[in-house]
Design a protein around this ligand. Structure first.
Ligand code: EPU
Length: 418
């Protein structure tokens, strides 16, 4: 298992490029199940989760070819395998995205229930209720959910809570349904908009993606298409926090600052200087950072996927901050590790009370999930002394070449394989 060893206290400086968004690439790849023609996706990041979805798609009969660094071609000629097995779903919940497309195209699918995960129970009841409304028969058996429908039909679905992959799953299924599906209280994340753009290029008729009401007029079939994945807003945000925490000056290129408005606003409140263009963002910090209060929300609110990184930042800001996590239960696993580095944080229910300390000190820490790992790397970059982050495979699920990118900004960070 790999470890990252970080010698902290160096202000990060320079330019770095954002990669393609993990959470947009995964559903886009799954969309290949809807057709028999190839789709070509550009800017697909090289990540653990992308590898996992490739394994799952291969298992389902999709041929995946990589050309160059960032392009994938995916083609499903027909599949004899309509089952997503436990060992592939348990490592990555997004695997459940195959359910909607398989039922829509092949009339049947069996997908292992993802089970609990590090950031809370994360059920899929909303995905299933929506597919049932579209005429699917859903049953649970031996840890698997089985959905069947000779042909899905359009329906009006009001989600009983906003769900990103739920919206994506049902949107994909609805493209091939009979009639029109209207989703109310749909997730508005940029990744949902990106998937809708790809599906429309494939011949789907989707309107309203990015708003809470999405309408999808079913078509008899879709066709091949080419699409570039949007930049990763969480990776971009993580570099922005790194710049602020280390008192550096970093420009992130090939990103969309418009996807990060809530994050940029909070960074500015802490005292960091943020300059945006349409495709780049520069973050500098010259003054001491100030504590701010944060409440996570679905997009366009403050992203839960940036909560852990901001906690690392606020742990060295002056004064106190309250961070309230409203999207996931149990997404404070980084707290105990930050405490080991000298942070002063108390968790009561869904709120973390952070009292800023002048500096963190390097320590051996352990990553527990993807964004928690990112927060520990950030803490290590700002801390005095050496931090060793173990279980880096969590980080590799969602950050491409993170240590190379950070080294390019002057960080002292090395990977060791035990
Ligand atoms: N929920 C239900 N029932 C459902 C679906 C969701 O109760 O059927 C609840 C969840 O338990 C959670 C809330 O609704 O409390 C929101 O969950 P959502 O379904 O939106 O999350 P997700 O689709 O499983 C995606 C991202 C996550 C990101 C969340 C929230 C992908 C592949 N994953 O997960 O990304 O945190 O949306 O924005 O798009 C990450 O990248 O580190 C990550 C965890």
């Amino acid at each position: 298992m790999d470890k990252l060893i970080i010698r902290g206290g160096i202000p990060l400086k320079g330019h770095v490029e954002a990669g393609g968004a993990k959470n947009a690439a995964l559903p886009a790849m799954v969309a290949s199940l809807l057709i028999g023609e190839p789709i070509r996706l550009h800017r697909v990041p090289r990540l653990g989760d992308v590898k996992t979805i490739i394994d799952l798609l291969n298992h389902l009969g999709v041929k995946v070819e990589r050309s160059g660094q960032e392009t994938l071609s995916l083609r499903t000629d027909g599949t004899s395998q309509l089952e997503a097995p436990y060992h592939l779903v348990k490592t990555m919940r997004a695997s459940v995205l195959v359910l909607g497309p398989l039922v829509a195209r092949f009339g049947r699918a069996r997908v292992s229930l993802p089970g609990g995960c590090a950031i809370g129970p994360r059920p899929i009841n909303l995905h299933l209720a929506a597919l049932e409304k579209m005429g699917a028969t859903v049953s649970l058996d031996s840890g698997y959910v089985e959905a069947k429908a000779p042909r899905l039909r359009g329906a009006r679905i009001t989600f009983d809570g906003q769900t990103v992959t739920g919206t994506e799953n049902v949107m994909m299924a609805a493209t091939l349904a009979d009639g029109t599906t209207v989703l109310e209280n749909a997730a508005c994340e940029p990744e949902v908009v990106d998937l809708a753009a790809l599906l429309n290029r494939m011949g789907a008729r989707i309107d309203g993606a990015g708003t809470p009401t999405v309408s999808i007029e079913g078509v008899p079939q879709l066709h091949g298409a080419e699409h570039e994945i949007i930049p990763d807003r969480v990776e971009t945000g993580t570099f922005m926090v790194a710049a602020a925490m280390t008192g550096g000056d970093v420009t992130i290129n090939r990103c969309v600052p418009g996807h990060l408005e809530a994050i940029i606003e909070k960074l500015r409140e802490t005292g960091a200087l943020v300059e945006e263009t349409d495709h780049s963002v520069r973050v500098r910090r010259e003054e001491q950072m100030q504590g701010v209060n944060i409440r996570t929300h679905p997009y366009p609110g403050f992203a839960t996927d940036m909560q852990a990184q901001f906690m690392a930042l606020l742990s060295i800001a002056q004064g106190s901050s309250v961070i309230t996590e409203t999207v996931f239960e149990n997404r404070f696993m980084h707290v105990n590790e930050l405490l080991r580095m000298g942070a002063d944080i108390k968790v009561i229910g869904t709120a973390a009370f952070v009292n800023g300390v002048p500096t963190l000190s390097g320590a051996p820490v352990m990553a527990t999930d993807l964004r928690a790992s990112a927060s520990l790397v950030l803490a290590g970059l700002a801390a005095q002394g050496v931090t060793t982050v173990s279980r880096v495979y969590h980080l590799d699920r969602g950050y491409e070449s993170i240590e190379q990118k950070l080294r390019g900004l002057g960080a002292h960070i090395e990977r060791f394989t035990e």
